[in-house]
Design a protein around this ligand. Structure first.
Ligand code: ADP
Length: 267
């Protein structure tokens, strides 16, 4: 059996995927704790239990994400850029550009037809344009971040946030709540501000209509729609798995390739 695993320890969420012959057999997403090694172990224990497998059944494991260097059980660790690119192209083969928005950064990645990295750009200097911006705003709105997207899609008169800075935008949201602006209009303003920030980064890369969005924020349809509108491009949907898992899927795919090579070298 060629069972492999990918483990993506992110700043906010830890994701683990088990694959057998490039087919996903189990996956989990848990909240990251302060210690990446513990988050990774917890995610791995859960995904093994979900699959009914034991750690000894995993022939190769690749780690990725912000905490990748701290994962004790991996055979190797690889960058999130490589893993998101790999995962996105596997799930949507026509993908040549990936926009990954996670908890603390945003990356725009360009790939060639073979999936090799052509170039990338990242914003990790500021919370605006990251999932944390949305988490802060959802908290101020007193709604779960998972509802921010659908709610915004029902807006008729979106507000415009005066600033993209998380601190000032937060004050602006509070002002609009106190002015009794409808929640859906405030949510639409928040998602558009987020999309604005990301589109600035994406526009610097001259993307085509071959874009796939990955990371937890890809689940926010309000951000995805606003981004597509601002860039004037189509964004392809990932349907087979939760888009937050794409980095871990990519890591498992690399593990699959490495396991194959190790087996070849032994025979
Ligand atoms: P990281 O790898 O940095 O931990 P993730 O790719 O896991 O980041 O994404 C985390 C972000 O995803 C959160 O900041 C949050 O804004 C967003 N998110 C998580 N779950 C959902 C959901 N169900 N709907 C919308 N957004 C979500």
């Amino acid at each position: 059996m060629s069972v492999v695993a990918g483990c993506d320890v992110g700043s906010l969420a830890t994701k683990a995927v088990i694959m057998d012959k490039r087919r996903i057999v189990a996956s989990v997403i848990i909240r990251s704790g302060p210690r990446p090694a513990e988050s990774a172990q917890k995610a791995m224990d859960q995904v093994l239990s979900e699959s009914g497998l034991l750690s000894g059944d995993i022939s190769y494991c690749v780690g990725t994400g912000y905490g990748r260097e701290k994962i004790p059980f991996v055979n190797e660790s690889l960058s999130e850029i490589s893993c998101h690119g790999k995962g996105a192209m596997f799930l949507v083969p026509s993908t040549r550009s990936v926009i990954d928005i996670g908890g603390q950064d945003c990356k725009v990645i360009k790939l060639d037809a073979k999936g090799n990295l052509v170039k990338f750009i990242t914003n990790d200097k500021c919370a605006s344009g990251t999932g944390r911006f949305l988490d802060v705003m959802a908290k101020v709105m007193n709604i779960p971040v998972s509802e921010l997207g659908d709610l915004s899609l029902t807006s008729r008169e979106p507000i415009t946030l005066a600033s993209m800075c998380t601190v000032w935008a937060q004050a602006d949201v509070i002002k609009n709540i106190n002015a009794r602006r409808p929640a859906q209009d405030i949510c639409a303003g928040i998602n558009t501000a987020m999309a604005n920030r990301v589109s600035m980064l994406a526009n610097a890369m001259s993307l085509e209509n071959d874009i796939c969005m990955t990371g937890g924020v890809a689940k926010n349809k309000g951000v995805v729609h606003a981004l597509a509108r601002l860039m004037g491009k189509r964004i392809k949907d990932i349907r087979q798995v939760d888009p937050q898992l794409v980095g871990a899927v990519g890591a498992a795919l690399f593990a699959h390739e490495k396991a194959g090579k190790t087996k070849e070298a032994r025979s």
